[in-house]
Design a protein around this ligand. Structure first.
Ligand SMILES: Cc1cc2nc3c(=O)[nH]c(=O)nc-3n(C[C@H](O)[C@H](O)[C@H](O)COP(=O)(O)OP(=O)(O)OC[C@H]3O[C@@H](n4cnc5c(N)ncnc54)[C@H](O)[C@@H]3O)c2cc1C
Ligand SMILES: *[C@@H]1O[C@H](CO)[C@@H](O)[C@H](O)[C@H]1NC(C)=O
Ligand SMILES: *[C@@H]1O[C@H](CO)[C@@H](O)[C@H](O)[C@H]1NC(C)=O
Ligand SMILES: *[C@@H]1O[C@H](CO)[C@@H](O)[C@H](O)[C@H]1NC(C)=O
Ligand SMILES: *[C@@H]1O[C@H](CO)[C@@H](O)[C@H](O)[C@H]1NC(C)=O
Ligand SMILES: *[C@@H]1O[C@H](CO)[C@@H](O)[C@H](O)[C@H]1NC(C)=O
Ligand SMILES: *[C@@H]1O[C@H](CO)[C@@H](O)[C@H](O)[C@H]1NC(C)=O
Length: 636
C-alpha cells in the first residue's frame, strides 16, 4: 500500500469514527434523558409510566409517530420528529408532561387524530415533546340528556358509532371523515353535513375539560366564558390542552335520504352548478348538497371534461325531498331511483365513498381509511361565481394533471343565525360556499419532486385565479384547513393579521390575542400561526407602541392598549385581570407569581449543535494537516 493511500484510509477511518461519535451524541441528545428522567421522577409508578414514554431509541418510537401522520406528505426522513412521545392514559401524566417540558426547555405539540393540514401536531422545527391522545378516547353518551362527554383522542367515527349503538335518533353535527380527532376538530369550529341545520360542531359544545399552562384542570365555569369562547374555534392548542368535550347531541330522523349523481360539462354541469350557488345555500335547512369537482378524461379519449359530483343528504323522506327539489332545483334531475333511505350513521359511510351496507364498525377502524397526501387551501364565496368565472376555473382544472379536486359545501341556514363573534369561527351570514382546493402527490415519492412542485405551483395559481370570485377584505380561510402559505409572521399585529384575520376576522382575532395573553402569557403553547402570543413573546411590540410613562399604548387602530408605569403594564379600562409586570428577565401575569422560565429552546438547540460544530473543527484541522503533509511529501 502506498504511503498516500495508507494516509487516506487512516483519514477515512478517523472521519467515520468522528461521524459516528457525532451521530451517537446527537442521538443521545435527542433521546432526551433529562426530560425522561423528569417524567419518571415525577411519577409514583415508574414501571407504568415507562410504557407510555417513547424516545427515538425505542423500537416503537417510529411506528407510534407514523401511525397518525395522516398526511403522508410529512412521512419523509427529513421531517423533524419529536424528542419524546408521551401517550398518557390519564390526566396526571399530562400535567407532569407540561411541567417537565417547561422545566427542560421543550415545546409541546398535541396530537389527537393527526389530521392537521400542515402536520403541526406532530412535527416542529424546535425540540418538542409530542403529547399523543391515542390512549384517551372514552366516549360517554347520555341519551336521556342528549349529551356526550368525549375524550380528546376519540375520533369522529368512534363518536358516531358509539351514539348509533345507543340510538338512531340522535347524532352529532360534525364532519364525515371518520378518523378526524375530536381534539383538533372542535378547536377549529368543525363543519359537516348537519351545518345548515345545527351550525358548526363548536356551536354544539356545552362544556370542556381543559388543562392550562400551569397544569390546572378547568371546566367551563372555572375557565370563564372568555377562554371557553376561545377554545371553540380559535385553535385550542394555542391556549392549553383539551382533555374532553361535552357535546350537545341533536335530533335526527330514524331514516335520512341520500343521493349521489354526476354531471359533466356535456350534461350541463356549468349551468347546473351556477344555479346550485343560488339554491343550495338558501334551500330548506334539512337539505345539504355537497359537491366535488374533478377534471378527467372522457372515457378512452384524450379529451378532458369536468365532472361535478352532487352528494345530497336530507333530514327526511324521499317523499318530501322530491317535491322540494322539483320545485327549487329541477335541473339537478334527482329521481326516486337514486334516492336511498338509510340511518344517519350510514350516511357517514356513503359520504366517505363506501356502500351504505358496509358494517358501521368500520367507523372505529383507524386503519381502514386511507391516509391522504395533499396540499390544500380554502376559500369562501359570498356572491355567486358568474358563468364566465366558472368556465375559467374549469379551464384551469383541465390544465392540471388529474391531481386536483375542489370540495364544496354550501352554507346558509342555521349558520346565519350565529353572529360572527359568537365563537371565534367567523364564516357565517352571507357565506354561500366553502371551497376546499386540494392537490395530491399520489405516485410521487415526496412533495418536492418536480411534478409535486408543479402541482403546488398550480394550486397557488388557481388561488390567484379565483381571487375575483371569493370573499375579500379579508379573504376568508378556514383555520382547520390551515395553510402556512398564508404567512407565519407574528412579530407584531400587522404581520399576524395577514393570516389571523383570514381565519378569524379582526374582532375575533384581537379578542383571541387578549385571551392568549391572559391565559398563556409566556406563550408556552406555540406553533406557527399561534394567536399572536407572538405579540407578547416579542416585547418590542409592546415597546414600539409605548409612548412613555403613564400614557396609553396601542397598536394602530387596535383596542390592545396598555398604560405603562415604572414596572407594570396595565390595560386601559375594563379588564383588570389582564396586566403584566416586567422584571429583568420575564413577564409575570399579575396575581399569579408562579412564574417559570421562558422555554430555553434556543439554548437547547445550541447544545445539540455543539457535537456537529466540534466535528467540523476537528475535520478542518485534519484536512489542513493532511493537505499540508501531502504537499511536503517529496515525489519519488
Ligand atoms: C381527510 C380529512 C377530512 C376532513 N374533514 C373535515 C370536515 O369534514 N370538517 C371539518 O371541519 N374539518 C375537516 N377536516 C379538517 C380537520 O377538522 C382538521 O384537520 C382538524 O384539526 C383535525 O383534528 P385532529 O385531532 O384529527 O388533528 P391533529 O393533527 O391531532 O390536531 C390538529 C390541531 O389541533 C390541535 N390539537 C389536537 N388535539 C388537541 C387537544 N387535545 N387539545 C388542544 N389542541 C389539540 C393540534 O395541536 C393541532 O394544532 C378534515 C381533515 C382531513 C385530513
Ligand atoms: C405499577 O404499574 C405496573 C404496570 O402497569 C403494575 O403492574 C403495578 O402493579 C403498578 N405498581 C403499583 C405500586 O401501583
Ligand atoms: C424507551 O426506552 C427508555 C430508555 O431505554 C425506557 O426507559 C422506556 O421505558 C422505553 N419505552 C418503552 C415504551 O418501552
Ligand atoms: C360518478 O362518476 C364516477 C367516475 O366516473 C363513478 O365512479 C361514480 O360511480 C359515478 N357516480 C354515480 C352515482 O354515478
Ligand atoms: C378503449 O380503447 C381500447 C383500445 O384502444 C378499446 O379496445 C376499447 O374498446 C375502448 N373502450 C371504450 C369504452 O371505448
Ligand atoms: C381495519 O381495517 C384494516 C384495513 O382495511 C383491516 O386489515 C383490519 O382487519 C381492520 N380491523 C378490524 C378490527 O376490523
Ligand atoms: C386529497 O386529494 C384527493 C385527490 O385529489 C382527494 O380525493 C381527497 O379528498 C383530498 N383530501 C383532502 C382531505 O384534502
Amino acid at each position: 500500500m502506498k504511503k498516500s493511500q495508507l494516509r487516506s484510509s487512516v483519514l477515512l477511518m478517523v472521519l467515520s469514527f468522528l461521524f459516528s461519535v457525532s451521530w451517537a451524541t446527537s442521538l443521545s441528545t435527542s433521546s432526551s434523558g433529562d426530560l425522561i428522567s423528569c417524567l419518571q421522577s415525577n411519577s409514583n409508578n415508574v414501571t407504568a409510566i415507562s410504557q407510555l414514554i417513547f424516545s427515538p431509541v425505542n423500537a416503537s418510537f417510529l411506528p407510534i409517530w407514523q401511525v397518525a401522520v395522516q398526511n403522508t406528505r410529512f412521512l419523509k426522513p427529513s421531517t423533524p420528529r419529536p424528542s419524546v412521545i408521551v401517550t398518557p392514559m390519564e390526566e396526571t401524566l399530562i400535567k407532569t408532561c407540561v411541567y417537565c417540558a417547561k422545566k427542560h426547555g421543550y415545546e409541546i405539540r398535541i396530537r389527537s387524530g393527526g389530521h392537521d393540514y400542515e402536520g403541526l401536531s406532530y412535527t416542529a422545527d424546535v425540540p418538542f415533546v409530542m403529547l399523543d391522545f391515542t390512549n384517551m378516547r372514552s366516549i360517554d353518551v347520555d341519551v336521556a340528556k342528549r349529551t356526550a362527554w368525549v375524550q380528546a383522542g376519540a375520533t369522529l367515527g368512534e363518536l358516531y358509532y358509539k351514539i348509533s349503538r345507543e340510538t338512531d335518533t340522535l347524532y352529532f353535527p360534525a364532519g364525515v371523515c371518520p378518523t378526524v380527532g375530536v381534539g383538533g376538530y372542535m378547536g377549529g369550529g368543525g363543519y359537516g353535513n348537519l351545518l345548515r341545520k345545527y351550525g358548526t360542531a363548536a356551536d354544539n359544545v356545552l362544556d370542556a375539560r381543559f388543562m392550562d399552562v400551569d397544569g390546572n384542570i378547568l371546566d367551563r365555569k372555572s375557565m370563564g366564558e372568555d377562554l371557553f369562547w376561545a377554545i371553540r374555534g380559535g385553535g385550542s392548542s394555542s391556549f392549553g390542552i383539551v382533555l374532553a368535550w361535552k357535546l350537545s347531541l341533536v335530533p335526527v330522523p330514524k331514516k335520512v335520504t341520500v343521493f349521489i349523481l354526476n354531471k359533466t360539462l356535456e350534461q350541463g354541469a356549468t349551468e347546473i352548478f351556477h344555479k346550485y350557488q343560488y339554491v343550495a345555500p338558501n334551500i330548506d335547512r334539512n337539505l345539504h348538497i355537497r359537491t366535488q369537482v374533478f377534471a378527467e378524461y372522457i372515457g378512452n379519449t384524450t379529451k378532458k371534461t369536468i365532472r361535478i359530483m352532487f352528494e345530497g343528504i336530507y333530514q327526511g323522506t324521499t317523499d318530501t325531498l322530491l317535491p322540494l327539489l322539483y320545485r327549487k332545483f329541477p335541473e339537478l334531475g334527482v329521481t326516486r331511483e337514486i334516492c336511498e333511505e338509510i340511518r344517519m350513521v350510514q350516511s357517514t359511510l356513503v359520504f366517505w365513498g363506501l356502500p351504505s351496507s358496509t358494517p358501521t364498525e368500520i367507523l372505529t377502524n383507524r386503519s381502514a381509511i386511507a391516509k391522504l397526501n395533499n396540499k390544500s387551501k380554502s376559500d369562501y364565496t359570498r356572491a355567486p361565481i358568474p358563468i364566465r368565472g366558472l368556465k375559467k376555473i374549469w379551464r384551469k382544472l383541465i390544465q392540471n394533471d388529474e391531481s386536483a379536486l375542489l370540495m364544496i359545501n354550501p352554507f346558509g341556514g342555521r349558520m346565519a343565525d350565529f353572529s360572527e363573534t359568537a365563537i371565534p369561527y367567523p364564516h357565517r351570514a352571507g357565506v354561500l360556499l366553502q371551497i376546499l382546493k386540494t392537490v395530491n402527490f399520489n405516485g410521487q415519492p415526496s412533495d418536492t419532486t418536480p411534478t409535486s412542485l408543479r402541482r403546488i405551483a398550480w394550486l397557488r395559481s388557481l388561488d390567484a385565479l379565483m381571487t375575483p370570485y371569493v370573499s375579500n377584505n379579508p379573504r376568508e380561510a378556514y383555520s382547520n384547513y390551515n395553510d402556512l402559505d398564508l404567512g407565519v409572521g407574528s412579530t407584531n399585529y400587522q404581520e399576524a393579521s395577514v393570516w389571523g384575520e383570514r381565519y378569524w376576522k379582526r374582532d375575533n382575532f384581537k379578542k383571541l390575542i387578549r385571551i392568549k395573553a391572559k391565559v398563556d402569557p409566556h406563550n408556552f403553547f406555540r406553533r406557527p400561526q399561534t394567536e399572536a402570543g407572538t405579540c407578547l413573546r416579542n416585547r418590542n411590540y409592546l415597546r414600539t407602541v409605548s409612548s412613555g410613562t403613564g400614557t396609553a399604548l396601542g397598536g394602530s387602530g387596535s383596542n390592545f392598549y396598555f398604560y405603562e408605569t415604572d414596572t407594570r403594564w396595565i390595560p386601559a379600562g375594563s379588564d383588570s385581570n389582564f396586566y403584566f409586570y416586567e422584571t429583568d428577565t420575564r413577564w409575570i401575569p399579575a396575581g399569579s407569581d408562579t412564574g417559570y422560565p421562558e422555554p430555553a429552546v434556543n439554548r437547547n438547540r445550541a447544545k445539540e449543535l455543539i457535537p456537529d460544530f466540534l466535528t467540523l473543527v476537528v475535520l478542518g484541522f485534519l484536512i489542513f494537516i493532511f493537505t499540508k503533509r501531502k504537499k511536503n511529501t517529496p515525489t519519488p
